[in-house]
Design a protein around this ligand. Structure first.
Ligand code: SF4
Length: 398
């Protein structure tokens, strides 16, 4: 490991002294805000990795009662409509080779196709489905294969350029098609922030914007979201100290009555984003209204291939039936609360199936599948207070 990387990890992960100093700063600002009449400060994140850091490192347990960290729509697997998975299973059974990322392999569909309700089932029944790490890996693998194949293109802005670049530069071999289920985070953030207001719930007071996504899109789109809702935003990194610093920055901005965006993750993110990656992305894709699982259609929240790249489009080639507004039905198990969990309106523990019928080994809803799904994170690391319960039963803590 290089010296500079070592130093960074020490600063951001193993620096207990820094964490304690930032914690004191957080308490200082909450004290000031309390005196100004604030009783609740709800901070929403929009990235599954932020929720992972929050739960894995017990960040919530370090914060004053007034500060509530809430998970928003931050996991692309969780919001991929069931209809796409059903269509891909159908095609796999018809003989089309399928490439997919590992975290979507067990994503459950609402309706069974054949007897399969996820791609893992279909593979166990003989379908040709291969888990890969990237679109480029699929390209390499497919070069020595015959026939036709489809890549399940799930992801947010972080992943979109990795599809766009090979398509734009002609690296994709004939016979390999992309099923674009790409989604954009700022429109979903807008939707989630509006949902809390519309439902008369405690409105969100501040945003922790996703570091990975912002590496591509920059901080500018968050500035717009921030100003629309009149709340501050900080683009945060993913180490525990990054998150604590971001919370402190947000509290300071609230106290100073400042809106707009600030960047904590300066070692990677800038205001305008990665212009080269954005160029590839918007040369190949265009924005469109798109369906989000359990939620429905959000304007300008999806990316579909432009007409000039139709020859790579799995929708046209295989007649993939996409969800439409007219045919849209709620695509969750009737008791699954993923839609509310994704919008930050409910916690995983509010779902009656959490860690009973629905577990990481046997997921019943999409938020329990990916390592970044909120239910999965809470189930594996005790976000529902299970770690506290166990500690108490061992005579540790209060
Ligand atoms: S615990 Fe399972 S069923 Fe319940 S909301 Fe989470 S994913 Fe859905």
């Amino acid at each position: 490991m290089s010296d500079s990387l070592d130093r960074l990890i020490n600063i951001f992960r193993n620096n207990a002294e820094l964490a304690i100093r930032v914690k004191h700063l957080i308490y200082k600002y909450v004290d000031k805000l309390r005196r100004e009449g604030y009783s609740k400060i709800k901070i929403m994140n929009f990235c599954g990795t932020h929720e992972w850091t929050t739960v894995h490192y017990g960040i919530r347990s370090l914060l004053p009662d007034e500060v509530e960290l809430v998970a928003g729509p931050g996991c692309p697997v969780c919001i991929t409509p069931s209809k796409y998975i059903e269509e891909v299973i159908r095609l796999a059974f018809e003989g089309v080779k399928v490439y997919v990322f590992g975290d979507a392999y067990k994503l459950p569909s609402v309706h069974k196709v054949g007897r399969a309700s996820c791609l893992a089932d279909a593979k166990s029944m003989g379908a040709d489905i291969e888990v890969v790490y990237s679109f480029l890996d699929a390209i390499e693998d497919f070069k020595v294969k015959k026939g036709e194949a489809l890549f399940v293109g799930i992801g947010f802005e972080t992943t979109a350029p990795s599809y766009a670049m090979p398509i734009y530069t002609g690296l994709v071999p004939d016979g390999l098609y992309l099923l674009s289920i790409l989604r954009l985070t700022p429109p979903a953030a807008d939707y989630a922030l509006s949902a809390a207001i519309e439902k008369g719930l405690e409105p969100v007071s501040a945003i922790v914007a996703p570091g990975h996504v912002s590496t591509i899109i920059g901080a500018e789109p968050w500035d717009r979201v921030s100003r629309k809702f009149g709340i501050p935003t900080v683009v945060s990194g993913f180490e525990p100290a990054d998150l604590l610093i971001s919370v402190a920055m947000l509290l300071k901005m609230i106290y100073e009555k400042r809106i707009g965006v600030e960047i904590e993750y300066r070692r990677i993110v800038n205001y305008n984003g990665n212009t080269e990656a954005l160029k590839y992305m918007y040369n190949v894709f265009l924005k469109d209204e798109a369906a989000w699982r359990g939620i429905g259609f959000i304007p300008n929240s999806g990316l579909r291939l432009k007409e000039e790249y139709n020859r790579y489009d799995a929708v046209g080639r295989f007649g993939v039936e996409e969800p439409t507004k007219e045919t849209w039905v709620d695509d969750l198990h009737p008791q699954c609360k993923c839609a509310e969990v994704v919008l930050g309106l409910k916690k995983p523990t509010d779902c009656l199936l959490f860690m009973k019928a629905c577990t990481p080994e046997r997921p019943m809803g999409p938020c329990m599948v990916s390592l970044e799904g909120t239910c999965s994170v809470w189930a594996r690391f005790g976000g529902g207070g299970r770690a506290d319960e166990i500690a108490k039963s061992l005579g540790l803590g209060e």
